[in-house]
Write a protein that binds this ligand. Sequence first.
Ligand SMILES: [Mn+2]
Length: 260
Amino acid sequence: MKVGLSTLFCFEQLFTTMLRYIETADVESIELIDDGQHAFNESRIKTLKEIVKKRGFATSVHAPFMNVNIASSSKSVRTSIMSRLKKSIQYSGDLGSRYWVFHPGLQTDVGQFSSELDWKTNLESIRELFDFAEQFGVTATIENGLHPLPFLLKTADDFLRFYKDFGETTLGLTLDIGHANVNNQINWFFEKLPEKIVHAHLHDNHGKSDEHLGLGDGNVDWQKTVRAFKRISFKGTLVIESAKNVEESIQRLKELIARP
Ligand SMILES: [Mn+2]
């Protein structure tokens, strides 16, 4: 199990400020966000590659997510979203990132009349992204969304239905513990989908909203959660995705991993 850090905690700051943070981060892996002020371009990828090489980091990339709905029922909107996401996949390939993490689609206004259309569009987009990523040597992985946002995939049962409809696949799940906590789903994901979990986002909350707190600042039982990752023989990266108390969270996680 590797310890990683998401740049979400400095997402509001300049790209150059983010670079300074990752140059000194005490982790094995960095998750970069291809959105907002940190959105990738060719020269930024070049700079990132130099830092990644110097520090010996493994990397993953968080796909653009602001105003992104892969289940959009508008053909032109969906085309534009998919082309932006594919560009992100190409950059991730250039960067040499193992995983490219993306959000499931959202129920649209049409969903209340025809929920199957949203579900079907979501499946089609996921297949397209997963296949596209494979061509660039990147593994796309889908993250569990959370209530009250109208994500089509939130609970372990949503994912069971999804995998049944999607068919035989190596598409893995990025288990977001904070999101799962809001939906009371942490145990269910470990119980129902242990072999699908390939990557993870760790942050805390009080079970009501997506607070992205430091580990131990909400009500997630981290000792139990880290034990659950050990129990399923998780081989991936536990990425700290807290917006604050990042240093403390890294140290806490390292201690929990070292505990027998
Ligand atoms: Mn997340």
